[in-house]
Design a protein around this ligand. Sequence first.
Ligand code: ZN
Length: 150
Amino acid sequence: MLDDAIIVTWTLGVSAAGDPCLAIGEPTVVSADPPVKLLFGPLALESGGKRVEIFNPVMHGFNNEIDRLQAGLSAPAPDEGPDGRGPFQCPDCLSTTFAIQAAVWYQPGAVDLFARKPHLPIPDLFNDFNLHGVCSACGRRAVIAEFDGL
Ligand SMILES: [Zn+2]
């Protein structure tokens, strides 16, 4: 339910915000007809041979932060490795270069929580993380990754 959610978006890039770059993750088929692929696993951006890790669903988001705060848990091992990670491809033209935007959703009631407990790591207490991009070759806007219930 996102009725009263707070949504914060950023334009991202490797060297500067908005620079075209590759979105790196595990390309995964989420729908067969029509075919839809999204990136799973930890996400990175890459440009000019430089890679920047930006998000890991095992480490980031509300439940991971609360677990760490309440139980003193250390961060779990990053969910990554020399695996099936690769660049997201444009569904229309297969280009891999995008202008990237990220959005995080804070659940309804987040403002109340933030007001009552200002010592919490507020920027990290988001519930959903989405990555979108505008294809540098054809201009199509595509959903690159969606993580809910973090
Ligand atoms: Zn395209």
